[in-house]
Write a protein that binds this ligand. Structure first.
Ligand SMILES: NC(=O)c1ccc[n+]([C@@H]2O[C@H](COP(=O)([O-])OP(=O)(O)OC[C@H]3O[C@@H](n4cnc5c(N)ncnc54)[C@H](O)[C@@H]3O)[C@@H](O)[C@H]2O)c1
Length: 328
């Protein structure tokens, strides 16, 4: 297959592209705006064609899709904290950008897969969300992702475009930008820097190894029923504080590094996805959290050349703004 992968220079997209080229022999065109989260380095070892553009640019998108069999869209603003501080890019990319991609897919008559998130369902105290659960997003990030999902569904109903939606739970693994919980904690622990924990740290997440999500997306792209949504959840749930304690144990850091900081406004308490539907299609998660986290810590420990430029660049200013005044 020849795929147009939008947002393929980010965390999940680059892992997906690497797996498709290596394991399936696909040809891949990556279209990416290279925001702070997108990096050419993430694909340095992978053969691909690269187009530097935003998904909201109809001309560049139309050129890039020519000759492709499908579009897979990872392109997004993905950090909830940033969506609270500066929501505009979230609206542009998720609403306008998704619209431009859908139009391109319609005109090129190709299958379209939207990568979405469990956050569209909001928080759940007990049990797990199914694909039929109501959509109750709580942040500008999840609300604009929800809007994009609804627009995708409308293109199936209105234009019979072959659309698919994959809603993943919290991903972790190599190449994740260190503003997110797991790489933030690993890199701070390796540097003996404070480990900032929001609120009481009892927010529960359903952890999914990035390669399991990538395989799930590829599987749905090939075998999914057009018009359908597929939840792709991780095999294990874990509260954030326990994630931090596990990172401390794996890095040999001191637990005195933990510092509690003011909770994020509207912070969802628990996410949990039921994945029976994608399992029935033949997908199964292969990596449990204990093993996956150990491998992830090893990857960050072994790849300082990947994260050193990030930790010393613009990321520092973000980090200071977010936590600086609260950390000792
Ligand atoms: N990280 C998670 O835990 C998780 C879980 C479930 C679903 N998702 C979804 O998976 C997708 C990828 O997430 P990620 O964690 O890899 O994100 P990321 O922030 O690491 O990467 C996003 C990529 O999109 C690119 N991008 C941003 N705006 C763009 C635009 N307007 N045009 C073109 N490219 C643009 C960035 O440059 C970057 O390469 C997102 O849609 C996200 O909502 C993420």
């Amino acid at each position: 297959m020849r795929l147009l992968v939008c947002g393929g220079a980010g965390f999940i997209g680059s892992n997906f592209v690497r797996m498709r080229v290596r394991d399936h022999g696909d040809e891949v065109v990556v279209l990416d705006k290279l925001t702070y989260a997108g990096r050419r380095e993430n694909l340095a070892d992978v053969e691909h064609v690269f187009v530097h553009a935003g998904i909201e640019d109809p001309g560049k998108v139309a050129e890039a899709v020519a000759g492709c069999d499908a579009i897979v869209n990872f392109a997004a603003e993905t950090h909830v904290d940033r969506s609270i501080a500066e929501p505009d890019a979230f609206v542009t990319t998720h609403a306008q950008g998704t619209y431009v991609l859908l139009e391109a897919a319609r005109h090129a008559e190709v299958r379209y897969l939207q990568v979405s998130t469990d956050e569209v369902y909001g928080s759940i105290e007990e049990g797990s969300f199914t694909e039929a659960s109501p959509l109750q997003p709580s942040s500008p990030y999840s609300a604009t992702k929800t809007g994009a999902d609804l627009l995708v569904a409308s293109y199936f109903h209105t234009y019979a475009l072959e659309t698919l939606i994959c809603r993943g739970s919290n991903n972790y693994g190599p190449y994740q930008y260190p503003e997110k919980l797991i790489p933030l904690m690993i890199l701070n622990a390796l540097h003996a820097d404070p480990l900032p924990v929001y609120g009481d740290g009892q927010q529960v997440r359903n952890w999914l190894h990035v390669e399991d999500f990538g395989r799930g997306i590829g599987h749905v792209l090939e075998h999914g029923e057009p018009g359908e949504v597929y939840n792709v959840g991780g095999p294990d749930e874990c509260p954030n504080l326990e994630v931090v304690q596990r990172v401390i144990a794996l890095t040999g850091a001191s637990d005195e590094l933990i510092q509690y900081v003011t909770d994020r406004p509207g912070h969802d308490r628990r996410y949990s996805l039921g994945s029976e539907k994608v399992r029935a299609l033949g997908w199964e998660a292969q990596t449990h959290f204990t093993e996956g986290l150990e491998r992830t810590v090893d990857w960050y420990r072994d790849n300082p050349a990947w994260w050193e430029p990030i930790r010393s660049g613009d990321y520092r200013a973000y980090y200071e703004r977010q936590y600086g005044s609260q950390l000792r």
